[in-house]
Design a protein around this ligand. Sequence first.
Ligand code: GCU
Length: 607
Amino acid sequence: MKNILTLIVVALGAILPATAAEQLPLIQNVNAYESTSLNGKWNYIVDVQEEGYYDYRMNPTRWGFFQNAKPQKPEDLIEYDFDKAPTMQIPGDWNTQDDRLFFYEGTVWFKKSFSLPPAPSIRGGDKYLLYFGAVNYDCHVYVNTRHVGHHIGGFTAFNYDISDLLKDGENTVIVKVDNKRHAEDVPTQIFDWWNYGGITRDVKLVKVTPVYLEDYNLQLKKADAKAKQREITFSAKLNKKEAGHKVTVFIPELKLEQQLTTDAEGTVSGTLKVSAKKLSLWCPQNPKLYQVKISLDTSVISDEIGFRTVETRDKQILLNGQPIFLKGISIHNEKPNGGGRANSAEDARTLLSWAKELGCNFVRLAHYPHHEEMVREAEKMGILVWSEIPLYWTIAWKNPKTYENAQNQLTDMIARDHNRANIIIWSIANETPHSAERDDFLGRLATYARTLDDTRLISMAMEVTGASNYVNRLNDNMNKYVDVVSFNQYIGWYRDVNDAPKMRWEVPYNKPVIVSEFGGGAKYGYHGEKNQRWTEEFQENLYRENCAMLDKIEGLAGTTPWILKDFRSPRRVLNGIQDYYNRKGLFSDKGEKKKAFYVLKEWYEGK
Ligand code: GCU
């Protein structure tokens, strides 16, 4: 009898309530809207065996932690209590906030309560979107115990319409976050960075009108240098397929204004004409941003947008029609001092100011989309950006779910940042092993990327495999899908530095070349002979030899050495030297400059 009862309870428990909301396309320029920040202290419960999600038969249970249950009667058995659980700061990773979780990969539950002002008038008709800047890696979101959605991918934003789930007074958001690695994931099981887990970027409740601007796009059309007039294309899309809504785009400083009316698809598009003399083009020396106001019926939002064109001509990259050399550096999205995910404008400004000190006009934001402030601060500072999705090393190319995941991350990366003038390159992969499946996967993805944005360049970090007689020949089928051929090389680190002067590089494609990684490790303050690994002198010499070698590459249009700052990696275990840091930074993990910093700075001054 007991077993039948248990079976009924288990069976009943396994019937999960349906998801009560849908993931919506990402709202454009979320910071332009009135919102309630849900950042701050969140309670958390570490749930190694996912006791809060599965029953002892590994069926998802309806009595999970998302119920936020409290004993109602003295004899009630509730074996968790968020309000008695510790708290941590959100946005933030759990690895650097709780020493027990430094290496932890698994599930952690988070709970945040917030009150909405009663007065339905405040909410009369308005919609409320629950917005996450990023959650690593796999999360389930619940509002007031109702399942709102399931999101995978640790570095892109997502939002849900939770208007119907909100109630006056106290509301509760509960998020189950799992950062365990799997072969079919993106990134896959192995990667050379710390798998920081948690709600790593801003969380906010965004108030929008029932019909709102889901997306809009402003781009300067290419024109020849002598054009007297320039054209700025404008398009917008509502969250609803509704005709007859008035959309006005207004650029006060240029006295440009256009009113448009939505069609049956809820979209508008138009072209603004401006004399070329009047328009100040965005570029590193002049990172000019124009305030743009976009109104929809009675509501108005504003944005800061720069206008520039980027294209290639043979082996040159042209910014506003002029050849440019990209003096870059690679950066991980990690706080400037010590470890932990970067997630603020301040973090961004510090990291980018270090890049500026190096003489950079370009950064490779590796290997995944960084937080929005990183891109926007770079835009204000006149720093061009390479933005990337984490298709890194041995991806499960044959798995359709993996492709779908990659395509979603690409879509969300472009959806958030397609109005940023400083982003010039979308990169879709890093050091991926050659195979027909890989070529098919990446070929489709590159083609898809162009349907989302045909105004920017597409690239990926390829590998030059094996050199005979010091001749390195890039041979990658993906060359036909990219605008810029980029490759990583480690002469001096994974290959002998003394070969550098003899090396020849053959890139048999009439396209600009970016050396997207080169470098070597050094422990700050460790000194010795230049052939002594891990010394600053070794790294300094490696940079000197590499810079001289790269100068000989025909069509070199830029470099992004690996890397700005020492960063956390579980693959770097050499005690006393690495201690779970990849030491290839030009800055230590505490922001101290190593000798090689000055070699690169000097090289860039000559560019
Ligand atoms: C690779 C890889 C990086 C890694 C670097 C290294 O090229 O793209 O993610 O950190 O090499 O070995 O340090």
